[in-house]
Design a binder for this molecule. Structure first.
Ligand code: ATP
Ligand code: MG
Length: 399
């Protein structure tokens, strides 16, 4: 068996030695069968959380009531979830009741898609009661059991299905697709945070074009806060090769396509419960993207946006507008190289220097003169050193 499973084999062995069953499950097995890079290894076990905690000295409680414990073993961490069945789904959301069980088969039955319901033991043998491997080979996403039933138990699964299309480039099985069309309105019952997290993952995918198009085609987007009236921008985004952008660069591009004011853009991301930091970053990039689509870069705009933002925005802009001047990036680089300062804090003098030199009381004039000095330095008309600035200040008359 290959890494990272190889290193995890002793974890399964220890659980089995203690008299329990343990399997690799979920996304890691799916990605392994697909030959994709594997992020984190999920393990399912017949041992309950407290039984797991007796086996391993180092554990972290992740969600004991749902049966999940993180085990730290040889500098790696593994999420171990007790086999469980779920029942009493209330309001089309996660189950109200989780029952720990001792059979893997029942545990696999509560999972969302057949490709995610494949288990692998420590010898690399596959346990696949729902024919997930066949679906993986056929690149098909199919719910475990009746799609409408599974989507009405937990409506988030519809969005998960589409984000897996975006990640894997698979197709939705016909019944699964119909299940989304029939149950799409149930997504309204799902917490915005869970939806936003799936949307981020959807945009992360290599096949965003298919994923976004499905969001529109199934009309699932009608039931996502703030997205209802954004069909045109969604389709425009789906037509662009955005893979090389960072996640918030993708969101900034989407915001640009919306052609809305900053307030409305802010409201959209706050509605999706994005952190203030992310919202600010996205809005800022969108602002400069708009400026960039009107004017090419100048010393002032690169300085005001900051070089990192300018480079990010140029990257997004190049991708968005294929009419762009092929030398635009070189020009931006050239401006960045000649910038004598990158922010006011680079200016070698401070407000208190000015007060001292001018023998004047502090007041709004200090900020105004500092701004002038900043601009003089930026445009290369004044050297950024204490002596030259002092001379310039002494010469300049203040009113
Ligand atoms: P990724 O590679 O993005 O992590 P994943 O398949 O591992 O994909 P997770 O969200 O990490 O997805 O969930 C791990 C596993 O738990 C899934 O493979 C699936 O078997 C199960 N699962 C997760 N969410 C649900 C859900 N809403 N309904 C049913 N099963 C789920
Ligand atoms: Mg996972």
């Amino acid at each position: 068996m290959k890494e990272p499973f190889k290193s995890a084999i002793p974890v399964l062995e220890l659980i089995e030695k203690a008299g329990f069953k343990a399997y690799f499950v979920g996304g890691s097995v799916r990605d392994y069968l697909l030959g994709l890079p594997i992020n984190d290894i999920d393990i399912a076990s017949s041992a309950t959380p407290s039984e797991i905690k007796e086996i391993f000295p180092k554990t972290i409680d992740l969600g004991i009531e749902h049966g999940t414990v993180m085990v730290l073993y040889k500098n790696q961490s593994y999420e171990i979830t007790t086999f469980r069945s779920e029942s009493d789904y209330v309001d089309y959301r996660r189950p109200a009741q989780v029952t720990f069980i001792r059979s893997i088969e029942e545990d696999l039955a509560r999972r969302d898609f057949t490709m995610n319901a494949v288990a692998m033991n420590r010898f690399g043998e596959i346990f696949d009661p729902f024919k997930g491997k066949k679906d993986i080979d056929a690149k098909t996403i199919r719910t475990v059991g009746n799609s409408s039933e599974r989507f009405s138990e937990d409506a988030l699964r519809m969005l998960r299905g589409i984000r897996f299309v975006s990640k894997l480039g698979f197709l939705l099985d016909k019944d699964t697709y119909q299940g989304i069309k029939h149950n799409k309105h149930l997504l309204e019952h799902i917490a915005v945070e869970r939806i936003a997290s799936e949307l981020d993952k959807l945009l992360h995918g290599d096949y965003t074009s298919s994923g976004i198009q499905l969001l529109v085609e199934t009309e699932l987007y009608h039931y996502i806060t703030g997205l209802q009236d954004k069909k045109t921008a969604l389709l425009e985004l789906s037509a662009l090769p955005i893979q090389s952008l960072l996640i918030d660069e993708k969101w900034a591009l989407f915001s640009h396509l919306l052609q809305k004011g900053e307030k409305e853009i802010k409201r959209f991301f706050i509605g999706l419960r994005f952190s203030n930091k992310r919202v600010q970053n996205i809005v800022n990039m969108t602002r400069w993207l708009k400026e960039r689509s009107i004017n090419s870069w100048s010393i002032e705009s690169v300085y005001a946006s900051g070089k990192e933002t300018a480079l990010q925005v140029e990257k997004i802009y190049q991708l968005y507008d294929n009419q762009v001047d092929p030398l635009a990036l070189d020009k931006l680089q050239a401006i960045i190289e000649v910038l004598p300062i990158h922010s006011l804090s680079d200016v070698k003098v401070s407000g208190s220097d000015l007060i001292q030199w001018k023998h004047k009381k502090a007041g709004p004039w200090v900020k105004a003169v500092l701004k002038e000095i900043e601009m003089e330095i930026l445009h290369g008309r004044l050297e950024n050193n204490n002596e030259d600035i002092k001379e310039w200040v002494t010469r300049c008359s203040l009113n």
